[in-house]
Design a protein around this ligand. Sequence first.
Ligand SMILES: Nc1nc2c(ncn2[C@@H]2O[C@H](COP(=O)(O)OP(=O)(O)OP(=O)(O)O)[C@@H](O)[C@H]2O)c(=O)[nH]1
Ligand SMILES: [Mg+2]
Length: 708
Amino acid sequence: MKVYNPTRVRNVVLLGHSGSGKTTLAETMLFEAGAINRRGNIEEKNTVSDYHELEREKEKSIFSSFMNLDWRGHKINLIDTPGTSDYIGEVVGALRVADTAIFTLNAENGVEVATDSLWKYTRKYNVPSMFVVNKLDNERSDFWKAVEEAKEHFGREVTVVQYPFSEGGDFHAIIDVLRMTMYEFPESGGKPDKLPIPDSEKERAARLHQELVEVIAENDETLMDIYFEHGELDEEQMQKGLHLSLVKGNIYPLFCACASRNMGTGRIMGFIDDVAPNPLEANPPKTENGEEFALDPDGKPVIFLFKTHSESHVGDLIYFKVYGGAVSPGMDLVNESNSNSVRLGNLYVTEGQKRIEVPEVNTGDIGAVVKLKDSEVNDTLHEKGHAVKLDPIHFPSTTIRTAVKLTKEGDEDKLGNALHQIHREDPSAVIEHSQELKQILIHGQGEEHLATIEHMLTNRFNLDVEFVTPRIPYRETITSAVKTQYKHKKQSGGAGQYAEVHLLIEPFEEGMPDPSDMKVRKVEEYELPWGGKLVFQNCIVGGVIDNRFMPAIVKGIMEKMESGPMSGCRSRDIRVSVFDGSMHSVDSNEAAFKTAARMAFRDGFMKANPKLMEPMYQIEVTVPSEYMGDVMSDLGTRRGQIQGMDAEGALQKIKAHVPLEELDHYSTRLKSMTQGSATYTREFAHYAPVPFDVQERVVKENLEPEEA
Ligand SMILES: Nc1nc2c(ncn2[C@@H]2O[C@H](COP(=O)(O)OP(=O)(O)OP(=O)(O)O)[C@@H](O)[C@H]2O)c(=O)[nH]1
Ligand SMILES: [Mg+2]
């Protein structure tokens, strides 16, 4: 395997709605470039990219896969990503290391839902982008409609470089308005003949050529001058202009292909070689502190880990991009996240599942390494004494959660390890071991994402699991102030137990005044690990309870707050003032005061008009206007409170507060209500009182009687 100079490397990510042909396009490119000698396809389940068992079963991509090919002396690293929105975690990692994005559009459907949402990511990362309208052989193919839609959604920067001479079953030739040539393909695809543009198309081709020249000239003063003077740019000038415009995001060139019949990929790869930016020219990454980090091929080695993948018999394969210098096996680097020194083992480039050992990976290039100690996605590795930490990949917040339960006991550790590994490989799946809910939760990106995780737990990790509805982390609080007391007295055999406490229990609010009939001697404020506060005030007069018993009293209260008096859920935002009580010279001890405080608190709490609170989430739904009414009325049935609405082009954004309980399966419902065209994000907002019927139900379900 050759080692390439950074200027000859192109990192290209394929993006687009599921089924638009990314995997097929990648396969065709590999074949055309001679990286494989047999062209697989989705139906026969033998593509290089979709090599996982589950991908073959479902006939779609689930993971990003990394391939590389040589096209005329350039190394093109191709990253094929899944188009299903549930696997967005796979896409954001790939986008972080790509220097060019190719969006595939299905010629039959034009711009689809995922195209829109993926587009937003490329804008966020400033990745130069181009389009390939694929499936032009489809009977319902409508190239010009797809172009119109692309311009509507992504702007007039979408510029036609190629269009089909004819579409549907008769598709066999592409007119290229950059080269002003027609490419005519043999029946089986492959290398086309270059022909003059037929007379019938001359006018249209000339007009589109002119448009292209103008867009290019617009973005460069020198070229503009040449254009004014000569009324034309030559091919070299066009390429230079296209390159500058592409890097600046002033043009999104659009090409044609029929991936399954092997037509059009050669020209696209040529364009990537000649026009797409090399890793030194694309937007530099930022450091963790937001400073730009320029790639220096002659500098000290720096690598960024962006993907972990586990292969049987190999263990974790970690993909990295080199952001400075060059790395080779045996090199010692420091992992900036944990300051550990790590030695690089064998280095590879991959062709889907196949690993090819390489002696070195240069700046800008992508490689993979096995058995890298104590390292994971988002770590930066650098030479000792040359510390740098690159901005991590920001994975999207999750939209769905489930609880996972073992169907038989005894596999707890195995389940824990499996979930840890799943998160390592896919940080967009978040695992939560909730002590509070006594459940293990998996948070993910959609129903299909969770189903894939379940499949992995069952098939890859051989676990018998069940996904069940997660409990809701309710909170308890009180709404009025009460005074309460409890005397704990026990005489059993030897030493007895004695403690008496009198408490004032009030709903806590910031800035509330001291109790009017007490003198506060000491205030302690506790931030509760589950949110909210406990404020404890010592108002004892005349030393009726020793100071040394105060911590035990707090402990007793805290215990009851952790397992709330009303429903066993956690309590919050309460002020307790201990103002009276008594002790016994022999029988009083910490345990006795803890019990007395716990019981007094419990009794008082129940008399203080307790209220159950539920977590409210701030959600933001993005939906085409025509489904707006349906989404709004559905939110009404979910006890949603609309906070606001905003128009964004043809889309509407709805902001609302919705109880977590009502968000179970919301992403699925939203998809089915809007034919998959709506997306949503969610984030915890605050706690709010639950309706009376919910409170009654939860209390009944959870309350266990308690003895002192
Ligand atoms: N007629 C026709 N079918 C194609 C073409 N390209 C791909 N297909 C078919 O379209 C289907 C989807 O293709 P994929 O390559 O899996 O699409 P993808 O974009 O990778 O989809 P995801 O992996 O789900 O994101 C498969 O059945 C392909 O055989 C094409 O140019 N013409
Ligand atoms: Mg695919």
